[in-house]
Design a protein around this ligand. Structure first.
Ligand code: 13P
Length: 256
């Protein structure tokens, strides 16, 4: 982390877990266990139907609500989709785009991820843009080239002012839900590389200000070491964000 230049963000991705009625007790437990003074922003990204409950319950604890996906379209005949306008209207502050599960199960490609990020920015919602390589790509030695391409494509047409609202999450696919975390060196190397890509496009100052998160089996035990890396500005946490005590421990680890 480098707090002098950028925000630390601890974001939970609940994926398709929990229900709206479980949110209040979760936040109460989280509040009891997390440090009273915090130096990071805390976000919980839930299925869209649960966002209003998260906003309500999270207000006092200063936990922001985020979505997990958005339509690239503004409105119209797109049954089942949720627009950025609709997310913004209920008070959503953040939204994940390009999660590897969306890429894998819903065939989302980099240009679609870019369109979704731009749709969110138009409505003042901070996109959490996910990138990351597969195990095959890591083993073939093409991790940085691939991730650099993903970042470049996702940021296409986004200007320096909009970039300030963007958060990048580096999530190696092989580390997601597997209990196999990237080492802090591996994670730092790619996060540093991502910042270098952004520097090339936007220059040193904007690159210095972008928060880059690590995601992939981050937990209460390994968070402190990962967050101590200079280019890792927070975490995008799946499994461990479903457990209030563990999530609180990760938040505390970001206070170092
Ligand atoms: P896990 O923390 O469960 O590995 O999930 C990471 C993730 O996909 C967050 O978006």
């Amino acid at each position: 982390m480098n707090r002098k230049y950028r925000k630390t963000v601890i974001a939970g991705n609940w994926k398709m877990n929990m229900t709206a009625s479980e949110i209040k007790p979760f936040i109460e437990q989280l509040k009891e266990n997390m440090p009273k003074t915090r130096t990071c922003d805390v976000v919980l990204c839930t299925p869209a139907v649960m966002i209003p409950a998260m906003i309500k319950a999270g207000k006092e604890a200063k936990v922001a609500a985020g979505g997990q996906d958005v339509s690239k379209y503004e409105k119209g005949a797109y049954t089942g989709e949720v627009s950025a306008t609709q997310l913004a209207d209920i008070g959503t502050k953040y939204c994940i785009v390009g999660h590897s599960e969306r890429r894998q199960y819903h065939g989302e490609d980099d240009m679609l991820v870019n369109a979704k990020a731009r749709a969110l920015l138009e409505k003042g919602i901070a996109p959490i843009i996910c990138v990351g390589e597969s195990l095959e790509q890591r083993e073939a030695g093409v991790t940085m080239e691939y991730v650099a391409y993903q970042v470049k494509a996702a940021l296409n047409g986004i200007d320096a002012t909009q970039l300030r609202r963007c958060i990048i999450a580096y999530e190696p696919i092989w580390a997601i839900g597997t209990g196999k975390t990237a080492t802090s060196e591996q994670a730092q190397e790619v996060c540093e590389g991502i910042r270098a890509v952004i520097r090339k496009i936007y220059g040193a100052r904007p690159a210095r200000a972008v928060s880059i998160l690590y995601g992939g089996s981050m937990n209460a035990k390994n968070a402190a070491e990962l967050l101590a890396q200079p280019d890792i500005d927070g975490g995008l946490i799946g499994g461990a964000s479903l457990k209030p005590v563990d999530f609180a421990t990760i938040i505390a680890a970001s206070n170092q």
